[in-house]
Design a protein around this ligand. Structure first.
Ligand code: ADX
Length: 197
């Protein structure tokens, strides 16, 4: 598929852009059930980083599925393609010098592994939001668990479609047990410990 294609490089390198922004680019990969708190945490991290003059951007499941991935549904293959594309976008944004926070259920281990490979393991921080399905279903902010239980939507993660627990995330957080502020602080601490902040 990459036959007859040659990679090019301009005069400005990733390191130059990182120096310009005075930061080290990386991707914080949030994974967990729908309503586990991914988007809330992602935007809270973004706000703290931005206020700290870090250039960052959130790639959020629902938003990306409105545009770039609007042709994808929720079958296994489409979810894999969703994650592959997002990983490629995150990689490009890291190359542009930005800190990226992704917020996707990303339910399958093999897809998250591929994302890690695409982005580069030294730049990839997998954060598992382990909020229980009981809690997520109780929250049900979009009414989707209810719809899934009623059979109005199919392939819903946690009900008719599996969520594979991450094998070795760099962080696990249950948003029922810790506040948004605490979770943000814990994530940023991990970045600091790894020399990214
Ligand atoms: S992923 O599995 O491919 O990573 P993604 O994070 O992009 O999923 O999208 C999940 C969001 O799509 C959910 O938060 C929910 O709002 C919506 N959604 C609609 N149908 C489904 C479904 N069948 N399973 C999971 N989420 C769904």
């Amino acid at each position: 598929m990459t036959d007859n294609i040659t990679k090019t490089q301009g005069f400005v390198f990733k390191e130059d852009r990182e120096q310009f922004f005075a930061q080290t680019a990386c991707t914080i990969w949030l994974t967990g059930l729908s309503a586990s708190g991914k988007s809330t945490l992602a935007y809270a991290i973004e706000k703290v980083l931005f206020d700290n003059k870090n250039m960052c951007y959130v790639l959020d499941g629902d938003n990306i599925r409105y545009g770039l991935n609007s042709n994808l549904k929720f079958g296994t293959e489409d979810r894999s393609e969703n994650i592959r594309r997002v990983a490629e976008v995150a990689k490009l944004m890291n190359d542009a010098g930005l800190i990226v926070i992704t917020s996707f259920i990303s339910p399958f281990n093999k897809d998250r592994e591929l994302a890690k490979e695409i982005i580069g393991k030294e730049n990839f921080f997998e954060v598992y939001l382990s909020t229980s399905i009981q809690e997520c279903e109780k929250r049900d902010p979009k009414g989707l668990y209810q719809k899934a239980r009623n059979g109005e939507i199919t392939d819903f993660t946690g009900i008719q479609s599996p969520y594979e627990t991450p094998i070795s995330p760099c962080l696990q957080l249950d948003t029922k047990l810790s506040s948004v502020e605490e979770s943000v602080a814990t994530v940023l601490e991990i970045l600091k410990l790894n020399g990214k902040l």
